[in-house]
Design a protein around this ligand. Sequence first.
Ligand code: SF4
Length: 81
Amino acid sequence: MRIIVHNAKCQGHARCWAQAPDIFKLDDDGYILPGDIQVAEGEQLLASQGARSCPERALEVDRTSAARFGPAAMQPRTGEA
Ligand code: SF4
């Protein structure tokens, strides 16, 4: 899962950071740092909550990116002749 960061919408409320400070990094003025955020498997719930808490809708959750081309999809099938 990935969080798409729309920097221009950020108003520095820091609500995302309050939910998940290890996921959402802010600059010295309290605005989210630019760049999409790749979220580890175990942090997805926290990341979603943080993204939803943004009143400016500056954080967009993208659930489509990771699973499709992950290692499991690349494994050759076994047992086929
Ligand atoms: S909650 Fe939204 S507006 Fe506030 S710092 Fe995070 S991204 Fe920016």
